[in-house]
Design a protein around this ligand. Structure first.
Ligand code: 5GP
Length: 361
């Protein structure tokens, strides 16, 4: 495990509200319990439970959102999530979150995202490079060499943001999110994700907003094939997103199309097994895709909800699929090419990995 922690890593599929520390969720629940908003004893076991079906996961998210959807908490969880990823040597993180409205406290999708930005700025143990063009500390931070606490230099983590469209949203609400993403490009927003309960909503509802995003140069990644839905999977692949997440219920034609378009897959091993989207690691599609040299990247999905970490996902993959250190290192490094980062950042990341090669042997 130690080796997997010291390995530099790239995280491309992490939901903000799924990556919260249990201790923070319990603390927030206790406070709301004292205010009489919730009954703490009812939610404590839900937060600490380890096995969750996909349906239970989405019920849990409804609870988490009650606990977190105010500006102060959004800032706090963003800060903590970045610190947690940086502490396990994630050097580049694409963090995704669904911009939310909460009329009762005057929260708009924009002010939600501004709270996220404040959280990024509040991180202090590591340098966060999140907006190369106008982050006030950006020019200094961008010039810092590499993620390496060992030689007295501060660690650095690159963070880019993806705004998620929740499948419960209307076309208009999805479009609002895409427009917000476009307005916040200078602040490190680089793409759009489609997520939320896969049994809810219709592909055609989101398509206009996703097409608009693409026309305006935003990257798009889709949660695809989390439940058996052959028509939707085909329609999603025909859209040719820049990446897809999960791909658990693909059939032969879907694999053919995915491979034809060479669409990278964000693989979330623990999440897939815990939610029973894949019955066990022995039959997980990681092995086939890896052997076919199809682009894949290991990700956490929801490190808090599924009690995992990116280092743990690497450890799980190494033991389940019999991969050695060299293969794991290459897998981690290859992920750079599937990021939505610009060429300068990608080159910096390659340098980080090249330097790390010497230390990890
Ligand atoms: P948030 O966007 O609120 O920061 O993160 C939580 C949200 O991400 C959930 O409400 C849900 O919409 C989405 N999400 C998190 N994990 C999953 C997952 O495994 N599958 C899907 N489809 N959506 C997810």
């Amino acid at each position: 495990m130690e080796w997997c922690v010291s390995l530099p890593k790239v995280e491309l599929h992490a939901h903000l509200n799924g990556s919260i520390r249990d201790s923070t969720l319990l603390e927030l629940a206790r406070v709301l319990g004292e205010k009489g908003v919730i009954v703490f004893s009812d939610v404590e076991h839900v937060i600490l439970k380890n096995d969750r079906s996909l349906t239970e996961v989405f019920k849990l998210f409804d609870l988490i959102h009650i606990l977190t959807t105010d500006h102060t908490t959004v800032k706090r969880i963003t800060q903590e999530v970045i610190e947690d990823f940086a502490s396990e040597n994630v050097v580049y993180l694409e963090l995704r979150t669904t911009p939310k409205r909460n009329d009762s406290i005057g929260m708009t999708k924009r002010s939600y995202m501004e709270a996220v930005m404040e959280g990024l700025r509040a991180v202090s143990p590591v340098d966060v490079a999140f907006a190369p063009h106008n982050d006030d500390a950006g020019s200094l931070r961008e010039s810092l060499p590499i993620n390496d606490a060992g030689d007295g230099k501060r660690k650095k983590i690159y963070v880019r943001l993806l705004l998620s469209i929740d499948r419960r949203e209307s076309t208009a609400a999805a479009m609002e999110t895409v427009k917000l993403a476009l307005e916040m490009r200078d602040l490190g927003v680089i793409g759009i994700d489609l997520s939320g309960n896969p049994v809810v909503g219709e592909w055609m509802t989101y398509l206009p907003a996703l097409e608009f995003a693409r026309e305006h140069g935003l990257y798009v990644t889709l949660h695809c094939g989390e439940v058996p839905n052959p028509k939707e999977i085909q329609a999603m692949l025909d859209f040719i997103p820049q990446r897809v997440g999960h791909a658990c219920y693909f059939e032969e034609d879907d694999w053919k199309k995915l491979k034809h378009y060479n669409i990278p897959v964000e693989i979330c091993l623990t999440s897939n097994v815990v939610t029973a989207s894949v019955s066990s690691l022995d039959v997980h599609h990681f092995a086939d895709l890896y052997n076919a040299k199809h682009p894949i990247v290991l990700c956490t999905d929801d490190a808090g909800v599924f009690s995992t970490s990116l280092s743990n996902e690497y450890k799980v993959a190494a033991s389940a699929f019999g991969l050695g250190k060299r293969e794991m290192f290459q897998l981690a490094k290859d992920a750079i090419e599937f990021t939505f980062a610009d060429d300068g950042v990608k080159q910096d990341l390659r340098n980080i990995f090249d330097l790390a090669t010497k230390k990890l042997d």
